[in-house]
Design a protein around this ligand. Sequence first.
Ligand code: XUL
Ligand code: MN
Length: 347
Amino acid sequence: MSAPQSYRFSFGPWNISEGADPFGPEVRPAFAHEDKYALYRPLGFEGVQFHDDDVVPGMDDLTAEQILRKAGEVKTMLSNQGLTPEFVAPRLWFSEKTVDGAYTSNSASDRAYAWERTQKCIDIARAIDCKAIVLWLSREGTYIREAKDAKVAYERLLETVNRMLDYDSNIEIWIEPKPNEPTDQAYVPTIGHAIALAFASKDHRRVKGLIESAHALLAGLDPSDEMAFALAHDKLGSVHLNDQNGLKYDQDKNFGGANLRVGFNQVRVLEEAGYGSRGEFIGLDVKAIRTQRGCPVTDHLKASREIFLHLVDKVRALDRPLIEQFRDARDYEALELYIVRHLLGVK
Ligand code: XUL
Ligand code: MN
């Protein structure tokens, strides 16, 4: 038997936050992104996820040369800390030019801005030696259905993916689906939509998905089945493990914190498929609870990683022949009791 998989973990600097929510201001002092890099390794993380302007703040007002200079500085900071950039995502939801979406906006000048910004994002990724671009499609959707022609919108998304593949012949594109928030209905709400786009693109081998647990739950789906679907098509670029308590706002709770069994099944599916054996990261997208004091707050990252690793132990300790017996006998009552006892640590 091959040696058990050991996992590498990543998170984005926005996961160490000031605790603001849509109804209130920041509750913790700011902690500079650049000071965060020193925290990664001691916490057990080696991958850094970025938005383009996490690497180059204020990039819309900078020249190409200034952008590359700043990206070069960040590359040095990462290598000084022994860190790997996992992906860069264009932040296309903050500009006044993307209030009604970016690639799917009805305005040609907004779409032109989105494409320019995407090229700069790819330039930044290249400058820090990062091989993947994440597309979280934020405002690509509608608040009312009649606002956009949805068929044209999907054609525009495919055209963008193809342009990105042409712009750089090495990068991979990982689409992060989410069904809603900020829009009422988002285009590309599930991994099935993302993978259809991938296969429709001009080089499907370079287009994959990134599955966030909470986003799948918001779509009313089980994240482990979403992951299994992507894995069955060899299209799981990365994951954003977290948790979500029901169909509410995107909560980004600690992994396994709301529903341990749902967490367990994600770990089971990843582990059984050998996810991570080609260097894929276990990415987290978790928010510290607003009431948490301190600066910087990192306990939520430590806890989510620890819960993941405990669940790996649980998956490895499963009695596989017994599970096969229950499956053969179609005794799913017994299988369920076995799983719950196993999670509880009782015989
Ligand atoms: C939004 C979300 C983003 C993406 C990266 O819900 O999850 O943080 O992961 O832009
Ligand atoms: Mn995410």
